[in-house]
Write a protein that binds this ligand. Sequence first.
Ligand code: SF4
Length: 314
Amino acid sequence: MEKLLAKVLNKEEISKQEALSLFEKDLPSLIRASNIVKKHFKKGKLHFCCAVGLKIGNCSQNCGFCAQSGFYETNILKKEFLEKDLFLKFLKVNSNENISSIGLNTSTGYYCETNKEYLKKMYSYVLKTSHLKICAAHGILKNQEEAKELKRMGVFKYEHNLQTSANFFKNICTTHKFSEKVSTIKYAKKAGLLCCSGGILGMGETKEDLIDLAFTLKKLGISSIPLNILTPVKKTPLGELGVKISQEDVLKAIAVFRFVLPSSNLILGAGRSFLKEKLRLAFFAGLNGMVVGNLLTFKGDEVLKDIEMVRGFC
Ligand code: SF4
């Protein structure tokens, strides 16, 4: 491991095989090493963002982990358009100086399925009333023009999670292809948008799949990587199977991602409740950010508490 640590600190890339070998190391030594990598490349820099669903549920896609897919009868509270008043309240609470961007999500498989007039209005509220940068997540982009359009509308970053490896993807979704996801990121980048893309751990993927995901993200030059741990949702195919990863392997995966992507922001999305008392170790292992605000966090002090908690961990 000392050899790999020296290589990464020297800005040399490690191979897939070397990354895979890290999973075999004992956890304390591995996360001590990945913490050195994090400190060296991130220099204490933390990343906080908030996210809100503008359209919730009834998605045209069949992602097997997702409560919002129209294919499954989940208990989610569906919403076609988030109301302006609720949105402005959310914006106010999350306009904390430590939060840099707001994720505006729509449960649409493809961007072309969104209501663009509505999106424009919501974007304008963000731009006029807050310092937050817009990170849009509206599904697959079919062409370059769609990415350019988003840029013209004031979007700063596009979020499109690869979710898993190219090889494992067929096990979690059959209504769109992994290659469409990769093209989406390429269109967004070419249009001058930053990209945020990550994945979900615990869906039954192998360690090789996790390594493949990390290397694909590296190849695409992704600077913000949300790592989520599967939150099983009743009546979805993956919800019935449960979380297929141990806490220890989540910590190891975070450490390996930090070795492969030393200067990217590794952000914790869903998964806090899975990690429980190990949450601190997840930050020690390599995370340097978290999604802190969602529609349920209407109390400003909860957002602040999260920020202070992460600061204490890092
Ligand atoms: S495309 Fe997105 S919103 Fe739709 S089912 Fe898949 S993960 Fe859920």
